[in-house]
Design a protein around this ligand. Structure first.
Ligand SMILES: NC(=O)c1ccc[n+]([C@@H]2O[C@H](COP(=O)([O-])OP(=O)(O)OC[C@H]3O[C@@H](n4cnc5c(N)ncnc54)[C@H](O)[C@@H]3O)[C@@H](O)[C@H]2O)c1
Ligand SMILES: [Zn+2]
Length: 370
């Protein structure tokens, strides 16, 4: 088992990475006083792992009320949060009770939001079950629901008491979801760790076929990197922005296709590929490093652009992004393998040609340095 400490003074907590949920009960007891818990999961994950987690919690002396939400992004709403508040009140949860999130980023963000707001905040614990949630959304304490006018607009910074990652659960995760999470994994290597990048280059096949040792090592490396960034910049004032590599264009692609065409990581991967081309064109990145970045991105797989999408629509979506600073578009661009810099001087004229190249070109063209 790997243990990673997230040092945030009185909000510090541990991330445990194990193969299974075994011994989760003992660890949870040391993190929380026994009491009532709301075990939030979705309709895909609950039938697979809900009973196991419930009985481990009960053996550890907790009273468990399961709450199962429909799977998918549509559940990240205030209405769904309201249904969970009702379940919590009906089950008699008080300020000493806890919310346990068992699922992907949707369950984690929603249950975390409920934990942050129910009775002005009760402890919560995350059991992330997608690769994306294991390396990204479960670390950092961002919790939120969507508003009809935009994603993640209603939320808080609220840290969990414990994150337990069981790598075995990835065996039931659809491959497309795994690869979407893999895009975020590759991102960590590209932005801040050449050694993680090398590990992925060397062990890609083992990682892809869910070799437990490699998975544990890679997930632990990602969590350590994100924990380091979050510890330095909990409220996203500066350093944390590097985590947005690939996201300025990625979010715009997701928004311009009404969140129906891409999984998040797929859009981020396209964004990272285009960021490499923006950096190459400005001479910020050497061709050798550019080629290495693109080669690993190609192993995750670049999704072709949807037919009929216009570059102007992507640009318009980009200009509406909530992470925009004033009128400027901020890009995180690679300068070497494992290193990025912030770039806020690019104009629409600089960006449109690369977007057009993606919308009309082939994957082969985009994944080489020519
Ligand atoms: N809080 C943050 O910092 C942060 C960071 C990144 C993303 N997010 C949020 O995370 C969400 C996306 O998370 P996600 O990609 O995990 O999606 P998700 O939670 O929708 O899970 C994807 C799908 O996989 C299913 N699933 C989950 N685990 C499974 C398993 N082990 N076996 C079989 N099926 C399983 C789910 O039921 C769902 O259908 C978005 O809402 C995004 O905004 C938050
Ligand atoms: Zn992301």
């Amino acid at each position: 088992m790997e243990t990673i400490k997230v040092p945030l003074k009185e909000r510090s907590y541990e991330i445990r990475i194990a193969h299974s949920f075994e011994s989760f009960g003992d660890v949870v007891r040391s993190a929380l006083p026994a009491g009532r818990t709301l075990l939030v999961s979705d309709e895909n994950v609950h039938p697979l792992y809900g009973d196991t987690v419930r009985s481990l919690l009960e053996q550890a002396g907790f009273h468990v009320t399961p709450a199962v939400i429909p799977a998918g992004e549509e559940s990240k709403t205030l209405a769904q949060a309201d249904a969970l508040y009702t379940a919590a009140i009906t089950a008699g949860l008080d300020r000493g009770s806890a919310v346990i999130a068992l699922g992907g980023g949707v369950v984690g963000d929603l249950a975390g939001f409920v934990a942050a707001t129910y009775m002005r905040g009760v402890p919560y614990i995350q059991l992330p079950t997608t690769l994306l949630s294991q390396v990204d959304s479960s670390v950092g304490g961002k919790v939120a629901v969507n508003h009809r006018l935009g994603k993640n607009l209603i939320g808080a910074f609220y840290q969990p008491r414990l994150v337990w990652i069981a790598t075995d659960v990835l065996r039931t995760l659809p491959v497309r979801e795994f690869l979407s999470g893999a895009a975020e994994v590759v991102k960590y290597g590209a932005i801040m760790s050449e050694s993680l990048f090398c590990l992925l280059e060397e062990k890609w096949e083992a990682f892809r076929s869910l070799d437990n040792r490699v998975l544990t090592g890679v997930i632990a490396a990602c969590c350590r990197l994100k924990a380091r960034v979050v510890a330095e910049d909990e409220r996203e004032q500066g350093l944390r922005a590097i985590l947005n590599f690939g996201h300025t264009i990625g979010h715009a692609l997701e928004a311009a296709t009404a969140y129906r065409y891409y999984l998040h990581g797929e859009a981020v991967l396209a964004g990272m590929v285009l960021a490499v081309h923006l950096a190459l064109a400005r001479g910020l990145l050497g061709r050798e490093d550019g080629a290495r970045l693109l080669k690993l991105f190609a192993r995750v797989g670049l999704k072709t652009a949807p037919p009929g999408l216009a570059a102007q629509e992507v640009l318009a979506a980009m200009q509406q992004d909530k992470k925009r600073v004033g009128e400027r578009l901020v890009f995180i661009l690679p300068v070497a393998v494992g290193q990025v810099r912030t770039c806020d001087y690019l104009t629409a004229e600089d960006i449109l040609p690369v977007i057009r190249r993606y919308l009309t070109g082939t994957a082969e063209d985009l994944l080489t340095c020519e």
